[in-house]
Design a protein around this ligand. Structure first.
Ligand SMILES: Cc1cc2nc3c(=O)[nH]c(=O)nc-3n(C[C@H](O)[C@H](O)[C@H](O)COP(=O)(O)OP(=O)(O)OC[C@H]3O[C@@H](n4cnc5c(N)ncnc54)[C@H](O)[C@@H]3O)c2cc1C
Length: 414
C-alpha cells in the first residue's frame, strides 16, 4: 500500500519508519528542507513518561491566570480576541478537576510508557546514541508549587511508579552542581526517566527509514487533501499526486489542513522558546534534566551543551523572539547552574506544538476515509513519538495495536 506522511518532525519520521517496517511504500512530504526543523528542533529533550501529565490539572488554571501579568510568567496570551483560543481555554478549564486529570493522565502515560518500550527496542536494535542521560528532577521553589504538584505525587504512588522526594544530601548526589543558594521548597526525582537530543534521534530514524525505502520530499508544502476513489489526492503548490492513505503528522500548523477536510477538532498551537549554550565548566553543569516548576523551564544537558526551554504562549503567529521569555530562560539557567555556561552567548529559538485541551494526543483514523492523524502531542511529543508511530502503522495496516486506544483517538471529541 502507498502511504503518504505529511510532516518530518519526530512524529512523522517515527510513523514513516514503522509504516515501512510494516511493508508499505512510504513517502514523507515536508515543507522544510530537512527533518526536525520545527517543534522537534527546539525540544527540551525530556523523555519522562513517569511525570507526563496534562496541563489541565487541579488548581493549575488559577495559578496560570494569576501569573498572567508578570514579566516572567510561564504563560502568555497573544491573541486575546481569537474565539478558537477561548473555546480551547474553556475546554481546558473544564478538564482540570481531579477526576478528569486522573483519566487524562492515565491516557497520556499509557502511550508514553508504551513509547518508552518501543524506544528501548529501537535503541537496542540499532545501537542509537542520542546523547541520552538517565534520571529527571523537578524543582519546586515554594510551598504553593509543591501543593500544586501534590495530585501528581499521589498519582505516582497509586500507580506504583518509582519516584523519590530527595533531601538536600540526596539532591546533591543526583545533581552535584545545583546551586544551593536558590530557594527550594522541595523536589521530585524520577530515576527511570531520561533525557536526550530529539533532532539527533529524528535524523537517525530518518536514515533507518530511508534504508527501508522511505522517500523524503523536502520543500513541499501540502495545501489540501481530497478524497478520491482510490484513496487521497494530495495538492502541493501547483501539482498533486495520489496515495492510498495519508497520515497527518504536521504538528502545530495542522488546524487549516484539518478544517479544509471538514474535521473540526479542538487543536491549538502553543509557542515555546529555547536557548542553547555551550558548556564552559563541565563540573558546574547538570548531569541530566531538571525542570523548574515555578517558571516551567527545563534545563537539559545535551552532550557538551545545555538547553533551556519553556514558556507557553497562546495565539502567537510568528517565530519572533519575545525578550521577556528569553530573559526568563536565562534567569532560570543562572539561578540553578550559574557557572555552567555563559548563557548570554546562547542561540535562541522559538517554535510551536499542537496542544489538545485535555492532554492526550490524537491517534488514528478520522471521519474522512483514508485520512489518519498523529497529532496534538503538546509539550511531551518526543516522549510519545516512537509509540505513536508504531500505533499509527498498526492502525493503517489493519492490525491490532499493542495498547488500548481508549481516549487517544479523535472519537473522544465526536
Ligand atoms: C521548546 C519546546 C520544548 C519541548 N520539550 C519537550 C520535551 O522535553 N519532551 C517532549 O517529549 N516533548 C517536548 N516538546 C514537544 C515536542 O517537541 C513536540 O510535541 C514534537 O516535536 C512534535 O513533533 P511533530 O513531528 O508533531 O511536530 P514538528 O516537529 O513541528 O513537525 C511537524 C512538521 O510538519 C511540517 N508541516 C506542517 N504543515 C505542513 C504542510 N502543510 N506540508 C508539509 N509539511 C508540513 C512542518 O514543517 C514540520 O516539520 C517540546 C516542544 C517545544 C516547542
Amino acid at each position: 500500500m502507498q502511504v503518504a506522511v505529511v510532516g518530518a518532525g519526530v512524529i512523522g519520521v517515527c510513523t514513516a519508519y514503522f509504516l515501512a517496517e510494516a511493508g508499505h511504500e512510504v513517502v514523507v512530504i515536508e515543507r522544510r528542507n530537512n527533518v526536525a526543523e520545527e517543534a522537534s528542533f527546539g525540544d527540551s529533550g525530556i523523555l519522562a513518561p513517569s511525570s507526563i501529565a496534562p496541563w489541565a490539572a487541579p488548581g493549575v488554571p488559577k495559578a496560570f491566570f494569576s501569573h498572567l501579568f508578570k514579566a516572567e510568567s510561564p504563560l502568555f496570551f497573544n491573541r486575546a480576541l481569537d474565539p478558537a483560543l477561548w473555546s480551547w481555554v474553556r475546554r481546558w478549564v473544564k478538564e482540570s478537576d481531579l477526576a478528569r486529570y486522573q483519566v487524562n493522565r492515565e491516557r497520556m502515560q499509557r502511550i508514553a510508557f508504551y513509547s518508552s518500550d518501543i524506544m528501548q527496542q529501537l535503541r537496542d536494535r540499532h545501537q542509537l546514541d542520542y546523547e541520552q542521560a538517565a534520571g529527571y528532577l523537578q524543582l519546586f521553589r515554594s510551598e504553593r508549587d509543591l501543593q500544586l504538584a501534590k495530585p501528581g505525587f499521589d498519582f505516582l504512588a497509586a500507580q506504583g511508579i518509582r519516584h523519590d522526594l530527595p533531601d538536600a544530601d540526596a539532591l546533591h548526589a543526583i545533581e552535584p552542581a545545583l546551586n544551593t543558594n536558590t530557594p527550594l521548597a522541595g523536589s521530585l526525582h524520577l530515576p527511570a526517566d531520561e533525557s536526550g537530543n530529539c533532532p539527533l534521534f529524528t535524523r537517525q530514524i530518518r536514515q533507518l527509514a530511508q534504508a527501508m525505502g522511505v522517500e523524503f520530499h523536502f520543500g513541499c508544502d501540502v495545501k489540501s487533501i481530497r478524497q478520491i476513489a482510490r484513496g487521497v489526492d494530495i495538492r502541493i503548490d501547483d501539482y498533486s499526486f495520489s496515495a492510498d492513505k495519508i497520515v497527518l503528522a504536521s504538528g502545530a500548523d495542522s488546524a487549516k489542513l484539518l478544517a479544509r477536510m471538514g474535521l473540526n477538532l479542538p487543536v491549538y498551537p502553543v509557542k515555546s522558546y529555547s536557548a542553547t549554550a555551550t558548556i564552559r565548566n563541565f563540573e558546574s553543569a547538570p548531569i541530566a534534566s531538571v525542570v523548574d516548576e515555578a517558571y516551567k523551564v527545563a534545563i537539559t544537558r545535551m552532550g557538551n551543551r545545555i538547553r533551556l526551554a519553556g514558556t507557553a504562549e497562546f495565539g502567537a503567529r510568528s517565530s519572533e523572539l519575545r525578550q521577556s521569555a528569553l530573559n526568563t530562560l536565562l534567569k532560570v539557567g543562572y539561578d540553578w547552574f550559574p557557572d555552567a555556561c555563559n548563557y548570554n552567548t546562547a542561540s535562541f529559538w522559538s517554535g510551536s506544538s499542537l496542544m489538545m485541551p485535555d492532554g492526550p494526543p490524537l491517534l488514528g483514523a478520522t471521519s474522512v476515509r483514508n485520512v489518519y492523524v498523529n497529532l496534538g502531542h503538546g509539550s511531551t511529543g518526543w516522549a510519545m513519538a516512537a509509540g505513536s508511530g508504531k500505533v499509527l502503522a498498526d492502525i493503517v495496516s489493519g492490525r491490532a495495536t499493542d495498547i488500548d486506544l481508549d481516549g487517544l483517538t479523535a472519537t473522544r471529541f465526536s
